[in-house]
Design a protein around this ligand. Sequence first.
Ligand SMILES: C[S@@+](CC[C@H](N)C(=O)[O-])C[C@H]1O[C@@H](n2cnc3c(N)ncnc32)[C@H](O)[C@@H]1O
Length: 209
Amino acid sequence: MPKTMEDSDGLPLFAFQDLDYIPSGFGGILAPYIETTAGTMRAAATLMRLGFQTEEDDKKGGNETLIAHQEVVCDLGCGDGYFLISLLAHISLLTPLALPIGLGIDYDPSLIASAGIASSLQKVNASWLIYNFNDDREDLVSQLIDKHQVTHMFVYLVPKQLALGTVRRILTSLCGSGVVVCCHKFYPEYLTPARRDALMELAVYDESS
Ligand SMILES: C[S@@+](CC[C@H](N)C(=O)[O-])C[C@H]1O[C@@H](n2cnc3c(N)ncnc32)[C@H](O)[C@@H]1O
């Protein structure tokens, strides 16, 4: 029997590292890697309003045209990139001129290596960063805003992580800078959602709306 891993509080972690596949639909709150499903991904894209956005041509007349905005979508805790790559492909299918950019962040180098290979094979425009946001030693917020110009962020983290001071600062600062943040299943108590999809367990924090 493999030794059961424990978290910093001595609670047992589900032993995903001993499996040679990624379980889907596992709902425990201590699992380190749970993949978000395709249905949730599409709902998240809709709730974040990714893709073309409308802009009024003539304010008085109310005419609207579709215009492309450069959207840079970050997955904070991206795993092997499956979710982010699918999301980028979904946006490109819906709106072929949108050309979204992705940035995936994870502290597990093997998952980031897999993500890099998968994004090259699937020809999506994404970059991948090995980084531990629990420590946040290099000020992630300024990197995301100034260097990567992130416009949207997807977050699927357990409640203990969302409550960390570092994660709280990252999410609060990003929202305050106009980044649209979407959380799945677990929600930060310090932010107020602008929109929700209760069925898909999604909440969007959007200070511009
Ligand atoms: C629940 S999975 C979500 C994966 C993907 N975003 C999705 O929705 O399918 C959480 C991911 O966060 C990563 N993660 C957890 N803590 C992290 C930390 N402190 N720094 C960076 N990545 C972390 C894990 O390695 C895991 O891949």
